[in-house]
Ligand binder design. Structure first.
Ligand code: DGJ
Length: 730
């Protein structure tokens, strides 16, 4: 890894293990994008961005100060609007005269060791400064006094580029930021398919692909959370790119609020691809002397298809985005009582379930919603974080102690950002929720959202959660959030700053999470937002795992987990075995399918273990024992998607250990046919030179045969919807 400034050609060349990213300083003024792709040599490449001279009509000015110079045809590194580039800008800044034109010129640059943290925002990090280098380039608009610092980091061991921008008002007038994106890339052509991870509650992160065409193609969130609807991630696929081959580009945003990711194709079929905070309903007042930081964009190029792209995201996010003691630890197998009891439980019921969990080999018991205030349904008590002594006469401490005495850890559910109108908290502080004076307060699941832009509200959340965590031996927290934000406004902000609210909410949330996760470093925090409504890299920085979806149906989970794996590692992807008929879609799937689907993630249970037949209880016991044997492989290995559930009836994926000596293959089919046609499932990522024994059938296979001939499937006729095979090198 290295960052080179080639003075003779005015080129910045960011070289990673397999990737190059090249920027040209044109006419000592503008930053032009030259190249992002497979690694190239560092010299004689600057001509690449100068194609406009040769191609386009009406180009007369070559010098940027020439009045005839037009920006329209140029590949800008961080484009602005108003001086003849009519494509979507990365920045829109307003000055006191009411105009919104910027002309950002190069001032200076530095190459720094390591990677600076981003003010008040989560980001990927280094553990020592030799792990990475950072290029800082300052651009300046001298008329309005606005500096923009662009940061690019490249790592030694991760083939990724991270980018963000910092705005500094160095002038004397107040400025307004209307758009301040994290990254913008001008590709010479737009011959791509855009891949997005879209869906809704219970159908999160489905893979959707669209071919780029002239105009704007965009996904975003305006809901105050990154959302179930679109994930803050897009990939661009060159023609013919598959899971295993071809060129793909990924942009992922380390952010949990309103975002935008887009691809714009202009009249010459050039593509401008961008990601950052959604400019919709966003406006930031930047007073003289103040700065504003954008979230971080993480950019990955792979010429080994989507699997290659995923490996780079998984490695970075697992090792240098997640933090804390659980980053490198296998995660406990848990049982959660939500689908087992919903609100209807008491101390004895929980203890009976915990006993059964212990017998099954489960390691952590999680008490979900309903343990606090007078909450017996979803109509009250959010905000009143003290135990309900009718349900739990021995209190949380009594319950946790008994569960610990059984040999299990104890974990607890919270929804700290929410408040029920029927709660002590609301009666005391009706003004603490997000609302616009005079307007109705939209309720969602009978609840409102606390105003995290206010310090006293954040302090209350920190204090109330910390008090509970100190009151008993609570070793895991499920942090839920079951709403979108509406009537977004804060009583703490003056009128001209109300459009800052959605970003300030996220800053408040990050501040709360930073405080609580550092005060309780031994607690395993799990992120949840009605399932996967905030499954994003911003939350991953604080919470090393996420409840992937409230949909626990094994068939639906194939698509949800497949899509999620494009950007996020398996260890972060919680997957539970639940009861049948499934509570969300009423489908019944065999335990032999529910188990393997959950085992291809961070596995747990979400059913009443005391309600199972002896046969089912034995199956659970066997599954837990098996998962414990293979979990370090699943949680820390390399994941390969082999067959997509979006392409038909069959799904296949596998995980390979780093040393390639162990692997597991999963194969699922939703509909089972008699006398089906055979096909060969070619494996990936294993060592062609090694022989492997299948631990499930005792047969020995050569690595090269598995890679080239593959496994002949379906394995057997009958009712098998799934097959899980473990292999070990002999
Ligand atoms: C939504 C979560 O996604 C569920 O797992 C559960 O915790 C409920 N909220 C509880 O209200």
């Amino acid at each position: 890894m290295t960052i080179i400034f080639n003075k003779a050609e005015s080129l910045f060349h960011l070289q990673m293990e397999k990737t190059s990213y090249v920027i040209k300083l044109y006419d000592h003024a503008y930053l032009m994008h030259v190249y992002w792709g497979k690694k190239i040599r560092a010299h004689n490449v600057g001509w690449f961005c100068e194609t406009p001279y040769r191609r386009r009509q009406l180009i007369e000015g070559r010098k940027v100060d020439d009045v005839k110079f037009t920006s329209e045809y140029w590949p800008f590194e961080y484009p602005s609007y108003g001086t003849s580039d009519f494509r979507p800008p990365a920045v829109k800044a307003g000055s006191e005269n009411g105009t919104m034109i910027t002309d950002l010129r190069y001032v200076k640059h530095r190459i720094l060791k390591g990677k600076p943290l981003i003010d008040a925002l989560p980001s990927t990090y280094v553990e020592n400064e030799n792990e990475a280098e950072t290029l800082e380039i300052e651009l300046y608009d001298s008329l309005i006094g606005l500096s923009v610092f662009l940061y690019y980091t490249v790592y030694n061991t991760f083939d990724v580029i991270t980018r963000h921008a910092v705005f500094a008002n160095k002038g004397t007038q107040s400025l307004t930021l209307h758009k301040a994106l994290s990254a913008s890339i001008d590709f010479k052509d737009g011959h791509f398919e855009m891949l997005q991870l879209s869906g809704t509650t219970l159908r999160e992160r489905h893979v959707v692909k669209r071919k780029l065409a002239e105009g704007l193609m965009q996904i975003d969130s305006t809901r105050g959370i990154s959302s179930h609807i679109h994930n803050p991630f897009i990939a661009l696929l060159r023609d013919g790119a598959t899971e295993h081959m071809g060129e793909v580009y990924g942009l992922s945003l380390v952010y949990s609020g309103n975002f935008v990711a887009s691809a714009h194709v202009d009249q010459y079929f050039s593509a401008r691809v961008q990601i950052g905070i959604n400019p919709f309903n966003f406006l930031w007042v930047l007073e003289p002397g103040k700065t504003f930081s954008t979230p971080e964009a993480v950019m990955v190029y792979s010429d080994e298809g989507l699997n290659g792209l995923s490996h780079k995201y998984h490695d970075l996010y697992r090792k240098r985005l997640c933090r804390g003691i659980y980053r490198d630890r296998v995660r406990p197998v848990l049982v959660n009582n939500w689908e087992a009891t919903y609100f209807d439980f008491d101390h004895d019921k929980i203890i009976s379930m915990a006993k059964k969990a212990k017998e099954s080999g489960i390691e952590l018991f999680v008490l979900d919603d309903g343990w606090f205030g007078s909450r017996n349904n979803d109509q009250s008590s959010l905000g009143d974080w003290h135990e309900n002594t009718c349900k739990l006469p021995k209190g949380l401490k009594g319950l946790a102690d008994e569960i610990n005495a059984l040999g299990l850890k104890f974990g607890l559910w919270f929804e700290p950002e929410a408040v029920s109108p029927d709660s002590e908290l609301y009666r005391k502080h009706p003004d603490w929720c997000i609302s616009v004076p005079g307007r109705k307060r939209t309720e969602w699941r009978n609840q409102l959202v606390l105003d995290l832009a206010r310090k006293e509200v954040c302090d209350y959340i920190i204090h109330s959660v910390a008090t509970v965590l100190n009151s008993a031996n609570i070793e895991y927290v499920k942090w839920d959030m079951n709403r979108r934000l509406t009537e977004m406004a804060s009583a703490s902000l003056p009128p001209e700053r109300q459009m800052e609210f959605s970003h300030r909410y996220i800053l408040g949330l990050y501040n709360v999470l930073e405080e609580l996760t550092s005060r309780f470093p031994n607690v395993l925090f799990e992120n949840c937002a009605s399932g996967g409504g905030r499954f994003d890299p911003g939350m991953l920085y604080y919470f090393p795992q996420t409840w992937t979806s409230d949909n626990t149906d094994a068939v639906c989970r194939l698509k949800i987990q497949y899509g999620t794996s494009i950007c996020y590692p398996l260890i972060a992807t919680c997957a539970h075995v639940s009861a049948i008929p499934n509570h969300q879609v009423l489908r019944s799937t065999p335990m032999k399918m529910r188990g393997p689907v959950a085992m291809s993630g961070n596995m747990g249970y979400e059913l009443d273990l005391t309600n199972l037949t002896e046969y089912e209880s034995n199956e659970v016991m066997e599954q837990v024992a098996l998962y414990k044997e293979m979990r370090s492989l699943v949680q820390f290995g390399r994941f390969y998607r082999l067959k997509s559930p979006f392409d038909g009836n069959q799904t296949a994926w596998m995980v390979v250990s780093d040393d390639k000596r162990e692997f597991v293959v999963w194969f699922f089919r939703v509909m089972v046919e008699a006398e089906e046609a055979y096909f060969n499932l070619r494996l990936a990522g294993i060592d062609a030179e090694l022989d492997y024994i299948c631990l499930d059938n005792g047969m020995v296979y050569s690595g090269d045969a598995l890679l080239n001939m593959g496994l002949t499937l379906p394995w057997q006729n009958g009712d098998h919807m799934s097959l899980m095979m473990r292999f070990s090198a002999v």
